[in-house]
Ligand binder design. Sequence first.
Ligand code: PMP
Length: 285
Amino acid sequence: ANASRSLCWVDGEWLQGNPPILGPLTHGLWLGSCVFDGARAFEGVMPDLDLHCQRVNASAEALGLRPTKRWQEIVELVREGVARFSGDTALYIKPLYWAEEGGYVSVPPLPESTRFALAIYEAPMLEPTGFSITATSFRRPTIEQAPVNAKAACLYPNSGRAVMEAHAKGFENGVVFDAMGNVAELATANLMLVKDGAVHTPYPNGTFLNGITRQRVIKLLRGAGIEVHERIVTYRDLLEADELFSTGNYSKVTPINRIDDRHLQPGPVAAKARELYWAFAHGQL
Ligand code: PMP
């Protein structure tokens, strides 16, 4: 983020840039008790903002933190912050919770030390020109191995490692697998394929984030009469797909134009999914 174009709400104040709020003994920093969410403001709309604010509270609870705000209060705070930017600027909205204390004598966070901050920064919407993907050697953990029921900061070093591996091979993003070796998602977004006019996407088996954008797009596609199958997806299925596209709050619906050495044309179903999302975002669906 360009810190000069960001606003952060911390302890009742709106501050510019990236104000320092942590010390070396902050539990969220040294023992990872930190959760966040991401949402968008663009073209005057904030689709599914309520769901993102609900999810950040659920993520906090999953880690043993105690949310200090009701989700409706977070929605209000987001509206207040977004109003401080000029109306036509696309923004990224990041609420986060972390524990200030805990772990000095035992590892868990101290729930009553939970803190909240909200960062909002300028981030232009990306053109839907498509991006390239490849397989990575990374897998999503199961619930016994990591808090996959939360959008927790501690899950993201693995996403980072997957992206670094994809970059090293000359690709923009990477496919991450589940414990069984089936496709889970991309390092930073969910993944859908199109075959013979129907959409297929990994069944949410608890290892990967069942994204808010993913769930929204599935509803919209089905509402438009397009079949969506949530099922086991293999890497071979991706290689043989007619179209591939990603869903996520940051880039919304984006076509994938290359998997390994196979180039894909942006296809009609991905374009339709994107169109439906924009119509929904603008209250037309
Ligand atoms: N998977 C991962 C690992 C992500 O970080 C994201 C972005 N939050 C997604 C999927 C997409 O989820 P959502 O649509 O809720 O943003």
